[in-house]
Design a protein around this ligand. Structure first.
Ligand code: SAM
Length: 242
């Protein structure tokens, strides 16, 4: 997969050189390109913004600069992603869909009051798939953190990026629709707290049952909305009793 990120702060994306995403890039599993939007400005001051039509506070990012940049970076079939607090909320299901189905994502990071609305309109009309997405109900200063979120969530689902793909199976927000059970490691006693006995038992069926029970309890306590959203038949009689 190729992912291009356009921003006026390329240094903000430096963490993508680290950890699993950095390794995936080095190994050629992910073609990640970060661009400075100001490369597509044409004035001495490298201006990317201007005052809003209609008045009001703040500045708006100019469509002409974004247009030149996106015309250069978009490839046929690319999916243009516009982070915005007014977009559809990005979820694990979205991450899976993009990891499984897309070959080129282009993320355009807004700043100030956002990007002139004609940019999304123009590329949609031109037949480009455009998704305006939010990473949650709060307002950030720019789209860079929202780009980091998407790159990391999508990249770890690409084949070969996470060393042991089994570790992706039982995660929160996965196919089971539950939050993950609590996890423990050595030492078995720490301060006055013990690891639950069942996890030291070596009894795989009992461990699996305990984990499912804990996932159900945790989800019911923290995210009852996820329990309510489970498909009919997702819970058996034992699950319901937990
Ligand atoms: N005036 C905009 C509004 O009220 O919807 C907020 C603009 S925000 C200060 C600047 C940029 O940050 C946005 O264009 C977007 O790229 C990014 N941004 C802020 N909050 C975000 C969120 N929750 N999810 C995704 N992107 C966000």
């Amino acid at each position: 997969m190729r992912i291009d990120v356009l921003t006026i702060f390329p240094a903000y994306l430096a963490p993508l050189e680290l950890s699993l995403v950095g390794k995936a890039h080095e190994a050629g599993l992910l073609d990640l390109r970060v661009h400075d939007l100001r490369e597509w400005t044409q004035d001495r001051h490298r201006t990317v913004d201007d005052t809003p039509f209609g008045g009001g506070a703040g500045m708006v990012m100019r469509p002409d600069v974004w247009g030149r940049a996106l015309d250069d970076v978009l490839t046929p079939g690319a999916h243009l992603l516009l982070p915005t607090p007014s977009g559809d909320v990005f979820t694990q299901a979205t991450a899976h869909a993009w990891a499984d189905e897309e070959s080129h994502l282009v993320i355009a990071c807004g700043r100030y009051e956002g990007i002139d609305a004609r940019v999304a309109e123009h590329y949609r009309a031109a037949g480009v798939r455009v998704s305006e997405y939010s990473i949650g109900d709060y307002v950030l200063n720019g789209g860079e953190v929202a780009a980091l979120v998407v790159v990391e969530a999508v990249a770890r689902l690409l084949p070969g990026v996470v060393g042991n793909p089994a570790s992706l199976v039982e995660e929160s927000h996965g196919e089971a629709g539950l939050l993950e059970y609590p996890v423990y490691t050595k030492p078995p006693q720490w301060r006055d707290l013990d690891v639950p006995d069942v996890l030291l038992s070596g009894h795989h069926a009992r461990i699996a049952r305990w984990r499912r029970d804990e996932a159900l309890r945790r989800t019911a306590a923290r995210r009852p909305d996820l329990i309510a959203a489970l498909a009919a038949g997702a819970l058996d009689a034992h699950d319901r009793a937990v």
